[in-house]
Ligand binder design. Structure first.
Ligand code: KIV
Length: 276
């Protein structure tokens, strides 16, 4: 069950984040904090805690579905999760990933599928992996009034071509071009994944739209993390860029262990938890 936190001096009311406000944050020098979410509970909690934007990422395939990579995620699955997330969110800008093979075939395919996402979920924008190679598709989405965030650097949907995920991308000329072309084509923001901080800084200076880094250093206009990673719920995953802001794994495991033990021992429920 979710808990609504009413506005108070320590939790002032916020106006909803929109695409124009997201872009303005760059000009105003306000950093943007984005996290992934896939369900009502966590999306509502993050929204109330003040996150600027929520990404319904296709990392869904790995952190929720337990798959080896993001490729199997379908359009229907991301729509299912995004609709649930949007129901919980009152302030943050909800951005939804276009899964593998839901936009690569043609700009028309991308507009049709992104249109479904906006119509069926209530989200504000979509994200697609690509820069120069997706310029026509970004332009088609923008022309259809669908706000689109580009994603350059390490692109998890290219896992088969790259031979794995997690490799730092260092081709400065190509990365800069990807970002500039994405902006020219009409993207309203760009995720920069796993690139050296110097290059991320250069890109951030070179474009007029916000850059949102993950493993791209402190000079981006904002940051995004996969929420399970920052909650300490991804045991064994410790890339250099990741800061776990909590260790939820240990208390959750201990809670389950205590419950199991007490049920096995006949300790729970005790008299205080029983109706006369
Ligand atoms: O799918 C996802 O969660 C993402 C982030 C890593 C940016 O694309």
């Amino acid at each position: 069950m979710s808990k609504t936190v009413e506005p108070s001096p320590s939790n002032p009311p916020r106006s909803p984040m929109t695409v124009p406000r997201f872009i303005e944050a760059k000009t105003a020098g306000r950093k943007l904090a984005m996290l992934t979410a896939y369900d009502y509970l966590w999306a509502g909690l993050m929204d109330q805690a003040g996150v600027d934007s929520i990404l319904v990422g296709d990392s869904l395939g790995m952190v929720v579905q337990g798959k080896a990579n993001t490729l199997p995620v379908t359009l229907d699955q991301i729509i299912y999760h995004a609709e649930i997330v949007c129901r919980a969110v009152k302030h943050a800008l909800v951005v939804v990933d276009l899964p593998f093979m839901t936009f690569q075939i043609s700009p028309e395919q991308a507009v049709t599928n992104a249109g479904r996402i906006l119509k069926e979920t209530g989200a504000s924008a979509v994200k697609l992996e690509g820069g120069v190679n997706q310029a026509k598709t970004i332009a088609a989405l923008a022309a259809a009034e669908i706000p689109v965030m580009a994603h350059v650097g390490m692109k998890p949907q290219s896992v088969k071509k790259l031979g794995g995920m997690g490799r730092i991308q260092r081709d400065e000329e190509r990365l800069l071009k990807d970002a500039q072309v994405a902006e020219e084509a009409g993207a309203f923001a760009i995720v920069l994944e796993l690139i050296p901080r110097k290059i991320a800084k250069k890109i951030t200076k070179a474009v007029g739209i916000p850059t949102i880094g993950i493993g791209a250093g402190p000079d981006c206009d904002g940051q995004v993390l996969v929420s399970t990673d920052m909650f300490g719920l991804s045991p064994g995953f410790h890339p250099k860029f990741l800061k776990a802001y909590a260790d939820l794994w240990t208390p959750a495991t201990n809670a389950v262990k205590s419950y199991v033990q007490e049920v096995h021992d006949g300790v729970y429920p005790g008299a205080e938890h029983s109706h006369e």
